[in-house]
Design a protein around this ligand. Sequence first.
Ligand SMILES: NC(=O)c1ccc[n+]([C@@H]2O[C@H](COP(=O)([O-])OP(=O)(O)OC[C@H]3O[C@@H](n4cnc5c(N)ncnc54)[C@H](O)[C@@H]3O)[C@@H](O)[C@H]2O)c1
Length: 366
Amino acid sequence: MEKLGIGIIGCGNISSAYLTAMASFPVLDIRGIADLNQGLAEQRAGEFNLVARSIDDLLSDPQIQLIVNLTVPKAHVEVGLQALAHGKHTYSEKPLGVTFAEGLKLAETAKASGLRIGAAPDTFLGGAHQTARSIIDTGVLGMPVGGTATFMCPGHERWHPNPDFYYEAGGGPMLDMGPYYITDLVNLLGPVAKVAGFAIAPRSERTITSEPRNGEKIPVHIPTHVSGVMAFESGAVVQIGMSFDVAGHKHVPLEVYGTEGTLIVPDPNKFGGDIELLKKGGSFEPQPTTEPYADGNYRSLGVADMAHAILSNRPHRANGDLALHVLEVMEAFGKAADSGQTITIATRPERPAPLSQSIVDGRLAR
Ligand SMILES: NC(=O)c1ccc[n+]([C@@H]2O[C@H](COP(=O)([O-])OP(=O)(O)OC[C@H]3O[C@@H](n4cnc5c(N)ncnc54)[C@H](O)[C@@H]3O)[C@@H](O)[C@H]2O)c1
């Protein structure tokens, strides 16, 4: 089968999940991996039987068509622009950028160059989320009404060895976890039209309780508890809570309401999970997962879809328009909080096409 040449930049934590899952997608021909930290690139290359190369070497290799960017959020746009400047398509980890303005610059540069950009999350392509999408698309929920999206935890300083960046500009619960929830909701309900919200930082410093810096205090520069509302173009109004300040809660990750029913959607940071449907007058019933990619780690499914799409000249699903919209929405919560105003969202991506067939075996998805 035809393959696409892939170069990976960024060999940190998440690269292991990508490199493991990429082995399931024969369309991806990984021609090298690189990192600012060459030792790390070599270590990862050894673990996965790949070749560690310099960043410049990857960028100037004519056999590489797509750069997968797994660097830290602050570097996503800078590395993406480098890839585009070398004539490569590029797919990055989430978020697309740390501000809408820089994400827009990347998107406009790609369009002007005739190249594609893509971005995580791709968990919305997972079997549970595609099944939820297919249930909604039958119309069983009736007219769209609303929903809830909830990620709330006590903060990442409990487990991350160097949690400082979560409390600096570009960090915070919204930019860190919002992409999973908002992307899935756009997949389920279509684009967001308006945002209202509040954002607070109850504490000006946090105490690390993970090793090796246990007991050290770090400053907080961003809101750590965001509570808002998204008005979707479809008419649905969804409450969202993203927090690093909540000791515990009993909400499910996502609920979607229509006039005729309610759908419980599992964790959008995972590909699978339990779906439940309640039809008006009835009770919640578990729903079988009917779509592929539900049972495990498929991080890079969005890259595989993008590679197939490039080779067959069709749109890809985890695309730049979608990621830019999600970034605009996430930034709007801060703007709403600062101004006390409702923020109108300018971008209107198309809802990605359902992923209705497996691409593991190399067949092209529609
Ligand atoms: N760790 C996770 O569990 C996880 C899960 C989902 C998504 N992500 C996302 O993945 C991305 C990376 O996270 P991570 O946990 O792997 O971070 P990490 O800090 O472990 O790794 C990032 C790597 O990028 C490299 N890097 C930074 N700037 C670079 C540049 N300009 N050029 C080349 N290399 C550069 C660093 O040297 C580092 O090795 C982030 O966007 C994060 O949001 C992480």
